[in-house]
Write a protein that binds this ligand. Structure first.
Ligand code: ATP
Ligand code: MG
Length: 597
């Protein structure tokens, strides 16, 4: 039976959805069984029908932090499983010894959970490690040798390279290609038993040295590597090649749709070849998984190569993997990106088979679309200038502070109001005063009226300057009975509205804050395209730290909370450095798109 995916505007169909829907209509995977755990044909035989309608997987190598490109793959694989009654396996592709670390495993699991996905389904955790399949992979290798589908080649690496041929030239058979299976088997066991040095020989699939697809010219499937593995220790000194291991992992886990990036397209014939041989030998259950390729994410102003990102960290160009300018998931998270924004972005960009660059504004707009309806509002002054209300003591009394309030969110009255106070001294933005106003300027200049937002109308009467002519304070008079929300509020019409926080000190007054203003890390849209030196286009102004003042509700925020600073944009209380009363904020993004020119 078809389980149609919701076809709303947010989830446009794509070629992968079409394939899954076709498979479900045709019942391609209806006969599969599932023993409750991954395993070979014997393990799965006679078991219950698979309760998962499809199985996909997210298979990172635990050798670094995930980035926004991985987020696309996570949203795709977990999203398709969710939408089609399936399960997505979280699988660590840890078949390569030496490189993997627990720190990466933990951060990857954390990133996937934070993005909103999980791997528990039908009462089981679908968290798998490819290295747990080493026994099967080796057994399958012996079976291939015995059936004449693989042989141990003792040519040197150089001989193998030369004999492989190239695009224009067919390869040449190895002198070891037709050795008896028993001899290859004996050699393979010696390899396994540590009798040979690294590189002395390899196990190769016996396919076709003249194939136009070079990947089918007897690819290596096992190599000798005397190396310690984080999971299997020193049990193995031979390790499977990725191109051999990956299809087997998929098949053991009963994956139906194995989705990968386009660079693996040429590997698909080998993926099918090896699975078909092992099914034919009775080792793997049918129907077999199928591989589908999609275009990887390329995002403008961003680099998504782990190696290059590591360079930024190692050379202290950024302040670590979770620097808010990094496109890593930990970086995006610290910057204030929400999981909803990243999921929405992934849905909007969809999947295709053609490589292209996605404009950063697509992510930025998705971000704003998720922040605007939820983020609490607050006022902050990022470039503070003191404003003194000279008639304060006569309108009120010396030391009086006036309570003011504003909605937490203009669209959600039920979220209540934020409270703060106005006094004789106020912080305003330096740009909100001009001694000589440019045309069309409605904020403060001598003689002009403007409103302190949520407070009173004031009239600017002048300013103080230092010896260098720099404005050090602005003076104004308060117009009584004009407070926002009172009947007199509309008695004086003004064009300018000034955001502010109290500078009188005490409860309700502004609190000093560190605000980190982030901008794009690169000035060029495709910083590393065509082998360009990405360090040549680093933006020198990608991080600017200012001393600001924020209203009390912002100062008291919990770390990690997102806000809209009125007129300035979106900010997050930094997850590491912010503490109530000692506020530290990161700029997430502006109020308007600043990416499309
Ligand atoms: P990198 O090139 O940054 O080192 P990788 O491909 O080596 O990344 P893996 O851990 O092997 O990293 O990737 C896990 C999964 O994420 C793979 O299925 C891979 O196809 C996918 N992936 C990696 N980068 C991108 C990207 N830019 N867009 C979409 N998917 C990606
Ligand atoms: Mg990889």
């Amino acid at each position: 039976m078809t389980q149609a995916a919701p076809k709303d505007e947010n989830k446009p169909s794509n070629f992968l959805r079409a394939i899954i829907e076709r498979d479900q209509e045709q019942g391609t995977y209806a006969s599969r069984t599932w023993a409750g755990t991954p395993g070979d044909a014997a393990h799965q035989a006679g078991q219950q029908p698979d309760p998962a309608k499809i199985r996909t997987r997210f298979p990172p190598e635990p050798n670094g932090y995930l980035h926004v490109g991985h987020a696309k793959s996570i949203c795709l694989n977990f999203g398709l499983a969710r939408d089609y009654g399936g399960v997505c396996h979280m699988r660590f592709d840890d078949t390569n010894p030496e490189k993997e670390e627990q720190e990466y495993v933990d951060s990857i699991l954390d990133a996937v959970k934070w993005l909103g996905f999980g791997w528990d389904a039908h009462g089981t955790s679908h968290l798998y490690y490819a290295s747990n399949y080493f026994d099967f992979m080796y057994r399958a290798a012996e079976a291939l040798v015995q059936a004449g589908y693989a042989y141990v080649d003792e040519q040197t690496a150089e001989e193998m390279r030369v004999n492989r041929g190239d695009f224009g030239k067919p390869g040449t058979d190895s002198p070891y290609r037709n050795r008896p299976a028993a001899e290859s088997l004996a050699r393979l066991r010696e390899m396994r038993d540590g009798k040979h040095a690294d590189g002395a020989m390899v196990l190769r699939a016996k396919i076709d040295m003249a194939s136009p697809n070079i990947n089918l010219r007897d690819p290596a499937i096992y190599r000798i590597k005397h190396a310690h593995h984080h999971n299997t220790g020193d049990k193995w000194c031979i390790y499977p090649m990725y191109t051999y291991a990956h299809p087997l992992e998929d098949a053991l886990e009963q994956i139906t749709h194995s989705i990968c990036t386009l660079e693996f397209e040429d590997q698909r014939p080998f993926y099918d070849w090896v699975l078909e041989r092992l099914a034919e030998l009775g080792l793997l259950a049918q129907p077999l998984p199928r591989q589908y390729e999609f275009a990887r994410l390329n995002l403008t102003y961003v680099i998504t190569s782990k190696r290059k990102l590591k360079q930024l960290v190692d050379e202290h160009i950024v302040d670590g993997w979770d620097d808010p300018r990094m496109p890593t998931i930990v970086g995006l998270r610290r910057r204030g990106y929400t999981p909803e924004a990243i999921q929405l972005f992934a849905e909007r960009i969809g999947v295709s088979k053609a490589d292209s660059w996605i404009d950063y504004s697509t992510l930025d707009i998705a971000l704003r679309d998720t922040l605007d309806p939820t983020a609490a509002r607050g006022m902050a002054v990022l470039d503070p200038l003191k404003l003194v209300i000279d008639n304060w003591d006569t309108v009120f009394s010396a030391g009086h502070v006036e309570p003011c309030s504003a909605p937490v969110h203009p669209g959600h009255a039920e979220r209540g109001r934020r409270e703060f106070t106005l006094g004789k001294e106020v912080w305003i933005e330096a740009e909100d005063f001009q001694e000589v106003p440019p045309k069309g300027y409605h904020r403060l200049y001598p003689g002009n009226l403007a409103r302190l937002k949520y407070g009173y109308v004031i009239k600017c009467i002048g300013c103080d300057k230092d010896a260098g002519g720099k404005v050090t304070a602005v003076h104004a008079e308060l117009i009584p009975d004009t407070k926002s929300g009172t009947p007199g509020a509309d008695s004086v019409k003004v064009k300018g509205v000034i955001t502010w926080v109290g500078a009188h000190g005490g409860t309700g007054s502004g609190v000093e804050a560190e605000v980190r203003l982030y901008d794009r890390l690169f000035t060029e849209a495709q910083p590393d395209a065509g082998g360009k030196d990405f360090k040549a286009s680093l933006n020198p102004d990608s991080k600017r730290v200012v001393r600001a003042y924020v209203e009390p509700s912002l100062s008291q925020a919990a770390a990690g909370t997102n806000f809209q600073f009125e007129r300035h944009g979106y900010f997050v209380a930094d997850s590491q450095d912010h503490a109530a009363g000692k506020p530290v904020f990161n700029k997430i993004t502006g109020l308007k798109d600043g990416w499309t020119k």
